[in-house]
Ligand binder design. Structure first.
Ligand code: SF4
Length: 367
């Protein structure tokens, strides 16, 4: 068997099935041994690879060497810092600490009998949406594929321990902009959708973007099988760029052209996210402008009353105004959903738990 060169440590969770096979073959093992290792990692959700009866001796020897002093590979998992359930029991939020001390949030939602995890793709975020706690903290770094996969494993294990059903849906709507970390996200999703392991259906996975045009065009060109959600929040350039600074880089007209290209190439419905902020973007006039903007697209609009954050003074739209907004969209032929503001008591808005924890640590340190 070829010896393992000491290279920068890399997580086994970063590897797709094909790259795991390649690594084993390069080490002189038959590719078929990847199956048992993959099963242990992504099906059994093993946290320890030693002493497994299904590993043949050459695979055990390779793991011993690879994860030993050569330190070519590691298998580290994020440490839970907080695990908080909402009062209604339908939302559970995990704050996970990564190897370098960064913390990210992962949320489990159990509405209508479906279990959905909301994943983070970056520590912090560069997009700076004014109403978002993550945007307010700025960009720190991209997550690796393994750090994204580890969030799914964490939630699946929590469900297993609680005797609850496994995840059915994923939304990449937590901390960070997924299309700003395109390659890591696509690798992670390839791992997560692999039928031999975590086996989540690609059509049950939604990538949410604030409007990173090159990423949308790449999704279309590669015909990636995931759902696309685009956060709009404003239907004119002026209104949108006041809430979403990324709109100055990828203007609304360019974004909508990319959405039309995406729809023409994939034929897939696009979900548009609209955070309803009282007195800012929630009038029937705003709804009419949104309907005009979406004309000709197969679109579904998700209306999300704002989750208030400390760094933004806006408040959520009341139910009556949200219904009036929805009626205008319906009249124009666009289906929409008003999301219920659940999980407020666990700071379920993106980045809020991390911000809350940092604030408490600062207060404790000062006290
Ligand atoms: S809403 Fe999303 S894209 Fe905007 S700052 Fe927050 S995490 Fe980033």
């Amino acid at each position: 068997m070829a010896s393992i060169e000491p290279v920068a440590e890399r997580s086994l969770l970063d590897l797709t099935f094909a790259s795991l096979e390649g690594v084993l073959v390069a080490a002189g093992l038959p590719a078929v041994h990847a199956r048992a290792l993959w099963r242990a990692l992504h099906h059994d959700l093993a946290e320890n690879l030693s002493g497994r009866a299904d590993f043949v001796p050459p695979l055990r020897r390779w793991l011993h060497e690879a994860m030993g002093p050569a330190k070519a590979y590691e298998l580290a998992f994020p440490t839970p810092v907080a695990d908080i359930a909402s009062a209604d029991g339908l939302t559970r939020k995990f704050l996970l600490r990564l190897a370098d001390g960064q913390t990210v949030e992962t949320v489990l939602m159990a509405y209508d009998g479906r279990h959905t995890a909301c994943l983070s793709t970056q520590a912090g975020c560069a997009m700076g949406c004014v109403f978002c706690a993550t945007g307010q903290m700025g960009f720190v770094r991209h997550l690796t594929p393994g750090e994204i996969v580890a969030q799914v494993r964490h939630v699946q294990l929590a469900q297993r321990v609680a005797g609850k059903p496994g995840l059915r849906n994923l939304v990449l709507m937590g901390m960070g902009e997924p299309l700003h970390n395109y390659d890591s996200v696509m690798t992670a999703l390839e791992i997560i959708t692999d039928r031999r392991g975590l086996n989540l259906g690609p059509s049950k996975i939604t990538i949410s973007t604030v409007g990173v045009v090159p990423g949308i065009l790449r999704l279309a060109a590669e015909n990636q099988p995931y759902q696309l959600a685009v956060s709009l929040h404003g239907a004119t350039e002026e209104e949108r760029s006041a809430l979403v600074p990324a709109s100055r880089r990828w203007p609304l007209a360019e974004l909508m052209a990319a959405c039309r290209t995406y729809f023409a190439q994939t034929g897939r419905r696009i979900f548009f996210e609209w955070t309803l902020i009282a007195g800012v973007n929630d009038s029937v006039g705003h709804a009419a402008r949104l309907a005009d903007l979406l004309a000709g697209l197969d679109a579904h609009v998700n209306l999300i009353p704002l989750n208030p954050t400390g760094g933004f003074s806006g408040g959520p739209t009341q139910q009556a105004a949200a219904k009036a907004f929805q009626a205008v969209l319906k009249q124009a032929g666009f289906p929409s959903t008003i999301r219920q503001r659940r999980g407020i008591d666990v700071a379920a808005g993106c980045g809020q738990l991390r911000a809350e924890k940092s604030r408490r640590s600062a207060v404790t340190a000062r006290g």
